[in-house]
Ligand binder design. Structure first.
Ligand SMILES: [Zn+2]
Length: 268
């Protein structure tokens, strides 16, 4: 291949391609302040501001990690560059709408119930799947997934909504398996309910030992929401990142059989 060909291709793509040409016109139009509020250009600028990379919009540059990627991987590399930035915005949004200070109170809705479980993963990149999904196991993680995502048919607060069948308000979805008149959420089912809490004892003993070996706070000192989060597959919040893989592998070997036995009991 002649050596001048690549440079000619680059020059052509920047000066003649229709997409590039349209973008340049759009950008000039934007600078004239005539753009409608919802235009792509305005939204692109807003997205840069939201992700705290406004400088990349005003003075376009290529992040170093993207510049090092092979040409065929540039798109993927740029997406990977954006993921932690988007995750940080997401975390901020979650913490604003569902502050940690409310975790000790009964949940007021399924969204709050879900984020209580996720609270124990403050450093997690939310654009990546949770470790309990990516961990390869012969055991099926679907029931754990349903419990974590507030969509398990055997948990009263998870009940589905059908068009012609209005469900109870969240606070009225009480446990029907015990006489405590308590919200029938997954923390109650796992840790409190006299009908099912005994099933978690062997798992809790294992988690108690894991916390101790990792030099973490004792199981008994943790609030209920954090215990529930760990039982549902999250590493303890202050566990060093380098120990997350071992924690996941070890704990899931105990968690998944427990979830299976819990499900069997709840459907009996
Ligand atoms: Zn109960």
């Amino acid at each position: 291949m002649p050596t001048y060909q690549p440079s000619l291709q680059v020059h052509y793509s920047h000066t003649h391609l229709i997409v590039t040409h349209l973008y340049r016109i759009r950008h000039q139009f934007r600078l004239s302040n005539c753009h409608p509020r919802q235009s792509i250009e305005i939204r692109t600028e807003d997205a840069h501001t939201l992700l705290a990379i406004k400088d990349m919009y005003t003075n376009p540059y290529t992040p170093s990690q993207v510049a090092q990627a092979k040409s065929r991987n540039i798109g993927k590399s740029f997406a990977n560059f954006l993921k932690p930035l988007a995750s940080a915005v997401w975390h901020k949004d979650i913490n604003r709408n569902h502050p940690a200070s409310q975790d000790t109170l009964p949940s007021t809705g399924q969204t709050q119930g879900y984020f209580k479980i996720m609270r124990d993963s403050p450093k997690t990149n939310l654009c990546l799947p949770s470790s309990f999904i990516t961990h390869h196991s012969a055991l099926n993680a679907m029931s754990l997934f349903r419990l974590r995502t507030q969509s398990h048919g055997a948990i009263p607060t998870h009940t589905y909504h059908f068009e012609d069948n209005m469900r109870n308000l969240y606070g009225d979805r009480l446990c029907t398996r015990c006489t405590t008149n308590t919200l029938g959420c997954e923390p109650h089912t796992i840790l409190e309910c006299t009908y099912s809490k005994h099933l978690a004892s062997p798992l809790i003993n294992k988690l108690r030992s894991l916390l101790s070996k990792a030099g973490q706070p004792s199981w008994d000192s943790l609030p209920m929401s954090q215990k529930n989060s760990i039982i549902l597959g999250n590493p303890y919040s202050s566990l060093p990142t380098k120990l997350h893989k071992v924690w996941t592998e070890t704990s899931l070997n105990e968690i998944l059989p427990y979830i299976s036995s819990l499900e069997t009991l709840l459907y009996t």
